[in-house]
Design a protein around this ligand. Structure first.
Ligand SMILES: C[S@@+](CC[C@H](N)C(=O)[O-])C[C@H]1O[C@@H](n2cnc3c(N)ncnc32)[C@H](O)[C@@H]1O
Length: 321
């Protein structure tokens, strides 16, 4: 039995998740025991996310990215949870003339709020496992078997032009000027070697949308920070910029690369975070702050919460993002 959850981003029909029904140990008591254990580990300051655990799952996913293989993840209580790779399987499709196939596995991070909740999707078998394997769904034409992507595709040149324009608007804006002046005095105190961004979203989707503008401004922010922290650094010692978001298209990757931002697959961005990083993560729909604060003490972190009512925000702020 597989669960399908709704897409987390409205403009990416491909971004559905499927995940395997966890082994049923079927006791509410065990779930309850686990949630109280999680509370006590949290109170004791035990980190829930570690580089080693994330790296281990990442390496297993690299090696066993085939149907029928298993990924073993150690739960917080030390027990091993087994995820069977389902890539390639056909699942129930709710669209006519199409079929849904389980795609590439994705590592999903379970926040403390879920681990300590008995009401949310917390099953005894995985009650203590905060690294979960989920999947993208590939949507295919039922007859030709061609992969369907409903998103509008923009060319490299179109996206590049859009990004350059948005970057100019951002650079001329008051918030950008404030940021530059605030960091002018702090720059040398902060030991920064890289900028790691999460969830900055796609710049290659419909440019009339607020989402694309926000994505462009957030990537422009990466370049502003690079410009600030690069000052005085030698030619061979430049600030490196990384971006992780599973939503990036091939055009996004090319455009970002063109501006010196390397796209890293989930979870390789997280594996880059250290005490000399600036971390950027606006309205991410995964628990970046919980993960990052367990992994490192970044020199700086910039974030924004997920806004419930984006349209209302736009009216209130009056800003283009
Ligand atoms: C609500 S959107 C926010 C987009 C943009 N930052 C903004 O402020 O409008 C959440 C973003 O988180 C991204 N995301 C989800 N899981 C992620 C992961 N594991 N790593 C990086 N980004 C992720 C999604 O693809 C999506 O682009």
């Amino acid at each position: 039995m597989a669960h399908v959850s709704v897409p987390s981003v409205p403009y990416t029909p491909q971004f559905y998740y499927v995940f395997q029904e966890p082994p049923s140990l079927d006791t509410a008591r065990r779930t309850h025991e686990m949630t109280s254990a999680v509370h006590s580990w949290f109170d004791a300051g035990i980190p829930f996310f570690t580089m080693q655990a994330i790296r281990d799952v990442c390496q297993q996913l690299d090696r066993f990215n085939k149907n029928g293989r298993k990924i073993l993840v150690k739960g917080l209580d030390g027990t091993m949870v087994e995820y069977k790779i389902m890539t390639g399987r056909k699942i129930r499709c709710f669209e006519p003339n199409r079929e849904w196939i389980v795609g590439k596995p994705l590592l999903y991070y379970v926040p403390i709020q879920t681990l300590t909740s008995v009401e949310l999707d917390n099953k005894p078998g995985v009650a203590c496992c905060n690294l979960v394997v989920r999947y993208e769904i590939e949507v295919r034409d039922k007859y030709t078997k061609e992969i369907i992507n409903d998103c509008q595709h923009l060319s490299f040149e179109e996206v590049q032009r859009f990004f350059v324009t948005m970057r100019e608007i951002w650079e001329a804006s008051q918030p950008c000027k404030q940021l530059r002046s605030m960091l002018a005095s702090k720059r040398t105190q902060l030991k920064v070697t890289k900028i790691v961004s999460f969830a900055c979203a796609s710049v290659s989707h419909d440019h009339r949308s607020r989402e694309a503008r926000r994505a462009a401004f957030q990537h422009a922010l990466i370049l502003t920070l690079r410009d600030i922290f690069d000052k005085g650094r030698g030619k061979y010692n430049k600030i490196r910029c990384y971006a992780q978001d599973p939503i990036y298209t091939s055009v996004d990757k090319l455009v970002l690369q063109h501006f010196g931002i390397d796209v890293l697959d989930n979870p390789r961005g997280l594996l880059e975070v250290d005490d000399f990083s600036v971390v950027i993560s606006c309205a991410a729909d995964f628990c970046v702050k919980q993960i990052v604060s367990d992994l490192a003490k970044p020199a700086m972190m910039i974030w924004d919460r997920v806004h419930e009512d984006a349209e209302a925000d736009e009216t209130i702020c009056g800003l283009p993002w």
